[in-house]
Design a protein around this ligand. Sequence first.
Ligand code: PLP
Length: 323
Amino acid sequence: MTELLRRYPVQLNSYCKALSGRSSAVAKLYLPDLRELENPGLEADGLAELEQSPVPNLIRRYRDRAVLLTTSECFVRCRFCFRKRLWADGAARFSLSDENLDQVCEWLDRNREVDDILLSGGDPLVLNDDRVVHLATRIRAAGNVRTVRICSRAPAVEPRRITEQLTERLSVIDGLWFVTHFNHPDELTPESEAALKRLVSHGIPVLNQSVLLKGVNDDAETLRRLFKGLSALRVKPHYLFHIDPVEGVSHFATGVEKGLAILEDFRYTLSSLATPAFAIDLPRGAGKVVLVPDCAGKNGYRSSVTGEYVDHPLARTGGGQRR
Ligand SMILES: *Cc1c(COP(=O)(O)O)cnc(C)c1O
């Protein structure tokens, strides 16, 4: 256990500590597990983020969008974190410097096909209001950037961080989206719901990303409750991710079949508003792949009402084979 805590220290705030006391599922997100030291063939940077970095702290994998690491710090450390490399073994803490920000903006001026930037980390909202607003405003004004996504767990883990004042300042930044991260319906508390409502009521669109975690949320009923709860708050469940191929998280792996079975259940039981895309991020920076239950057969398409194959008279218009 000493080795585990040295490698991946526990960091829990009072809000998440209290929540962990009330919910054993939430506790698994933050409490150490010896299996984190088992790493069958996995790398710390299994997604090759460092190789795909044209400027320090900018990760560019896709043609039109990129991720900016604004800080290494978070409110809490999630045991399933896919960037454990940023905080393993006492790694150096950082937050984006002004010089680094200048470099990123210059790079954006030269790479005008990139028009969508994700501010991530770490959690950008550990930075103070002035810094968050400055980063988002400068990035939005750089190059050809049209959308900025603030990717933060604050609504789920430190809901009081989403103040009226911060929300107002973010709401006037053009093209700004908020991407949050809830994994379990027990995280929907009066406080976290109020934080989400503040964002939405100021006109900021909010998306949610979840990670499918073995023993935490890997059943359709739990996730249905979460996704219905979020969509009722006007937060769109965007992605459900399979665990990433990085060191220190493999005991949370469910396998892809589990995610597909849950999506298959959702075909019959959950509105499209509340249903996220299920995706895996491939090793070596090969990118995200959305996986869907296979509904096309040689006798047509599998009904989302009865499960029977039903043909569609115009589906093969255009001369293609039935697929
Ligand atoms: C996930 C990700 C994005 C955003 O991808 P979307 O599918 O548009 O949400 C961009 N860059 C990197 C490196 C990513 O991992």
